[in-house]
Design a binder for this molecule. Structure first.
Ligand code: B1M
Length: 213
């Protein structure tokens, strides 16, 4: 809590107050705040605290939902600023949250940061089946496929997607990157992904490195 630079924003997200989280974020931006600091030192910290409370049975799914809504309201304000300007197109990316998983805040952040890094994004949403990934790859011919998962129980879906891309004959033309709280480098290696990042900014560096190689 000592590192929280915008306690009003942090508290508004934890309380699930979307109106206040949006207003406080706008006020901070107008006053010259760095959007990355708002994101890393208040917004993500607030969601981590909500997750901790959920784990400790101090709050329940409805609270998670309203906190997520308040997080999204604040994110909408900083999103255009995270995107940056004038970046050269760096590649095409199909991104989605894997089948069985409805968490999309982290996936949306990764998509926004990649877009800001000059990548063209095809976002296929949440709960995306292996077939949906294959269809999106065949339709959009990306350079990279990005998979997000937040649940331990949906990790196997990542492997099913990688396997399905191979079966469909499109795997060798693309790089696959994976991320999300339960994902590790070891897991990424095990399922045959090309790369792993534990955060959204790192996903951009990783994507650039993989496409340059
Ligand atoms: Co849920 N949930 N949730 N949840 N939820 C977690 C993930 C959990 C850790 C909470 C807890 O117990 N502490 C836990 C998972 C435990 C586990 O499996 N290990 C959990 C659970 C159990 C559940 C349900 C099963 C609860 C229930 O119904 N009993 C249920 C499952 C629903 C489903 O998906 N089928 C559920 C539901 C929900 C809500 C719908 C209510 C809501 C999601 C709303 C939404 O996304 N639209 C929700 C929320 C909000 C959370 C927590 C509190 C916050 C997630 C979040 O948005 N974090 C979460 C606890 C936590 O994470 N501390 C929790 C902020 C976000 C910026 O971080 O998504 O980690 P994150 O993304 C990061 C990195 O992971 C990384 O970059 C991002 C930015 O740095 N990253 C990538 C993500 N994807 C990447 C891809 C990349 C690279 C990096 O490359 C491709």
């Amino acid at each position: 809590m000592d590192d929280i630079q915008y306690p009003e924003l942090y508290d508004a997200i934890i309380a699930g107050n979307a109106k206040v989280s949006a207003a406080v974020t706008q006020k901070a931006i107008d006053a010259g705040a760095d959007p990355q600091v708002l994101l890393n030192n208040s917004m993500i910290e607030a969601m981590n605290e909500v997750g901790r409370r959920f784990e400790a049975n101090e709050c329940f799914v409805p609270e998670l939902l309203i906190s997520a809504r308040a997080m999204k309201a604040a994110l909408e304000i900083i999103r255009p600023l995270l995107k940056g300007e004038g970046a050269e197109p760096a590649g095409r990316v199909v991104i989605g949250t894997v089948q069985g998983d409805l968490h999309d805040i982290g996936k949306n952040l990764v998509a926004t940061m990649l877009e800001g890094g000059g990548f063209e994004i095809f976002d296929i949403g949440v709960d995306a089946s292996p077939d949906k990934f294959v269809d999106a790859v065949q339709k959009n011919t990306p350079d990279l496929v990005a998979l997000s998962a937040l649940l331990t129980t949906t990790l196997p879906a990542m492997k099913r997607i990688v396997d399905k891309l191979t079966q469909a004959g499109v795997r060798e033309n693309i790089k696959v990157i994976v991320g999300g709280a339960p994902v590790t480098q070891g897991f990424a290696d095990e399922i045959g992904a090309d790369g792993y990042s534990d955060n959204a900014a790192g996903a951009v560096t990783l994507a650039r490195r993989l496409l340059a190689s």
